[in-house]
Design a protein around this ligand. Structure first.
Ligand code: PAF
Length: 311
């Protein structure tokens, strides 16, 4: 099985190093669109720090895709705002049978739901592995999570078997994983959590747990998530658990975490607001469901990320 992991961020490096240590070494490649960084990652290796210490893996990093054969499985770990460009970049690696696994936050990638659009078979995924980027090709694996994968549409037996065959490798690599028959419901369940935590921690400049400390932020979080829930219900999405209770529980269990959006704002990077709260607001408008709390948050994030960019 030939596997490519695209994007050397926190999740990409985590998947690359774990799969590299469990699979045939020559079957795993990491893809970086930046030639300079790919070269330095090849020299330095990918460093993964965890409770058990720090280990360096010589995962081969490629940027020139013309030199590579097509792959059976591709994990796309780029940020949601880089996805469109990344899909064009990785085209040489795709065949109509390739499983293209999307691991982005948010839901804007749900538009790539058929093989004609993508040039490969779309698989959507959500992962709660706790990985933080410490530097280029250097990550900390803070805690194990669960990875859920699923097809947006009914597939042939051959294709479902192909995804099924990936599970033992994921498990050998240390990823608890499963296949869901309703991956949309799973993605929305994760979306509710990101809707409630990410933008709010970014504007409050606080850790996830600090959102629980005042009634004001707790109530804001509740309104953000309830608006998203109303939009989901109007779209016919199955609600798997109470989204507000689930979001508050994640604030507690990741109390010390700095959310990915606050990290982005602090590092003057673009944020994923458009594919998280932005997607909720966009669908809400289409379905005539008001999302005032989300709209106000989006406006504030646009403001502070412009401000941090110009600093
Ligand atoms: O994006 C993030 O930071 C994470 O998905 C989460 C769950 C909010 C924890 O920080």
């Amino acid at each position: 099985m030939r596997i490519a992991i695209v994007g050397p961020g926190a999740l990409g490096c985590l998947f690359a190093t774990k799969l590299f240590s469990a699979a045939e070494h020559d079957s795993i490649v990491l893809i970086d669109h930046r030639p300079d960084r790919a070269e330095s990652l090849n020299q330095q290796g990918i460093i993964c720090q965890s409770e058990s210490g720090s280990e360096t893996f010589s995962v081969p990093v490629f940027h020139d895709l013309a030199t590579l054969p097509a792959v059976d499985i591709l994990f796309s770990c780029v940020k949601s705002y880089d996805l469109q460009q990344s899909i064009s970049f990785v085209k040489p690696l795709l065949r109509p049978e390739t499983l293209f696994i999307f691991l982005q936050n948010g839901i804007s990638h749900l538009q790539y739901n058929d093989v004609e659009k993508l040039g490969a078979i779309p698989v959507f995924g959500t992962s709660s592995e706790g990985a933080t980027r410490l530097g280029a090709g250097h990550i900390r694996h803070a805690g194990s999570g669960h990875t859920t994968l699923g097809f947006p549409k009914e597939q042939s037996k051959q294709t479902t078997d192909q995804l099924q065959r990936l599970l033992p490798l994921l498990q050998r690599s240390g990823f608890a994983s499963s296949i869901s028959k309703d991956i949309r419901a799973r993605l929305w369940a994760k979306l509710f959590i990101n809707v409630g935590i990410n933008g709010l921690t970014a504007i409050e400049n606080c850790s996830n747990g600090q959102l629980l400390k005042s009634d004001e932020t707790r109530n804001k979080l509740t309104r953000l998530v309830r608006e998203a829930e109303a939009v989901a219900i109007a779209q016919g999405i199955t609600i798997l658990e109470d989204p507000v209770a689930a979001t508050l529980a994640v604030c507690k269990s990741t109390a010390k975490n700095i959310s990915s959006m606050l990290q982005d704002v602090r590092s003057h990077r673009p944020t994923e607001i458009e594919s998280i709260n932005g997607a909720v607001s966009h669908i809400g408008k289409r379905l005539n469901i008001p999302t005032p709390e989300n709209d106000a948050l989006i406006a504030k994030i646009r403001e502070i990320s412009l401000y941090t960019k110009s600093r």
